[in-house]
Design a protein around this ligand. Sequence first.
Ligand code: DGT
Ligand code: CA
Ligand code: CA
Ligand code: ZN
Length: 584
Amino acid sequence: MAEITRDKLADVLDDIALLLELKGENPFKIRAYRNGAETVRSFEGDIVRRAAEDDLKGIKGIGDALQQKLHELATTGSLQFHKDLKAEFPDALFELFELPGLGPKKIKILYEKLAIASLGALQRACESGQVATLAGFGEKTASKILTAIDQRQRFAGRYVLAQAGLDAELILGELRQHPAVTRVAVAGSYRRAKETVHDLDFLVSTRDPAAVISWFTGREGLEEIIAQGDTKASVRLAKGLQCDLRAVSDAEFPFALLYFTGSKEHNVALRRLALKQNLTLNEYHLAPVEGAKREDPTPTITTEGDIYRELGLTYIEPELREDRGELPAASAGLLPKLIEQENLRGTFHNHTTESDGRSTLEEMVEAAIDLGLDYLGISDHSKSSFQARGLDEERLLQQIQSIRTLNKDYPGFRIFAGSEVDILKDGTLDFSDDLLAQLDYCVASVHASFSLSENEMTKRVIRAMENPHVTMLGHMTGRLLLRREAYAINHDKIIDCAAATGTVIELNCSSKRMDMDWRWWHRARDKGVKCAINPDAHHASHLQNLHFGVRVARKGWLRREDVLNCLALPEVDEWLRIPKGKRL
Ligand code: DGT
Ligand code: CA
Ligand code: CA
Ligand code: ZN
């Protein structure tokens, strides 16, 4: 039994008051629990012992019903009444109470009218405008709630890669300019291209650590200085992101960079490998273990690559350092040559103002050209996605025409006419095969009925992939990073089906998706599945997310030849014309 304290007793009473309010119970009853909690907190004397001994009679503010409950709580460690009440509501609902300015009355309305039972659901309902239309809410309240959720997430401490990227690149640039800095890098999960990062780990080599540290902690607009020492410091940026800085000598730099890049698992495996060769590896050196008769390689090492080579390995790119087979592959010289951003020649899955994009077709094309791409696929939503102003048959036919016409203005560049067609609940598609046949390509995605069982969802998506006009599967799991879990789907079966039908799987690199997850790509690639790296752009500026898409593709061990949009324009044009089952 958990130890019962005065606070615990009071908290349970407060919690009961909250739950009763959520149920819309009698206000007097609710107040009795609140008062009781207050009494317990301020009681002079050992309230826990008295509750345990059932000696609460005569204490003002604690009536019969409460006495009995406190006794049960103090003797058994829990209270059935409390448990039963809690069980009436979904667990995630209680997250809502952590938002400032949102009390039980409002939460009750949200739960009853809109079935909102989690922060993610609340955020989406605020964004879609549903919350603002509720009686007693309005635009202002909805926007306040959004801000509160936003803050909570920022301080909850994880950030999607692209979001952290803005600060990472900015600070990196400034550190490079600093006169006392010799070498600089961002290490940690950011360098490894994890889809979310907790903090940014900067590393510099310098002869004057004090100067760099004081510059770092003196930057404008910091939220707080978390820690400051002679060679390291931690600060929090205004948006909440924590940044660590470590200063080392230039000789130590490669060792520190390797160490602080991680992952921890990779480091552990690497150290084990070193030990087998009578070497100890840490953030300062690669030295012979005590008593070993071999030369100290440390002085000859100036880069990470030197360390790997010394250990008999080829260089391991940071994205691969997760202890998922990279060490044996490096030892055998079998690491893949990973895709680079300049290998990308175009992209599919982009929206325009015709559906829910915020840039026009022309603006999207100009942005793609600016980025150096040779082709751009436009795939606006289909009619069932009415909340995203999905196109019906007539509007889609018109859009195909507009695209064919606009193509004449851009010699050497190509706009491909596509559609992001909804996969309906039964796995059929939102458009007829005849219409789909008129498109250059088609992305099929799930946008509704997320709560099917894994089996049903898998069958649904497989049915869509079996359609000869479905070129690729969009955002395979529907996850929204840090906001919405993936729906249940069997990855292995989808990957097998993609291989069997020649359906491409998208790596949706919208900053909040990164879907299909990097952990699955190695396997998909080995089964011959092609990847399309798509930004799912809803604004011209979103095409820049391709940068992070490539980083995550690298994390999935993908090579240039695994990615459809690395094909040059003439090749991809031809590829799209070949019937689906016959493509290589
Ligand atoms: P994050 O910040 O949660 O997104 O993930 P990381 O990987 O950036 O983790 P972080 O910032 O705590 O540490 C950066 C790197 O430093 C980590 O990837 C590996 C290395 N490191 C930190 N603590 C340890 C440790 O206790 N053992 C080992 N072997 N490495 C560590
Ligand atoms: Ca980190
Ligand atoms: Ca850190
Ligand atoms: Zn979509």
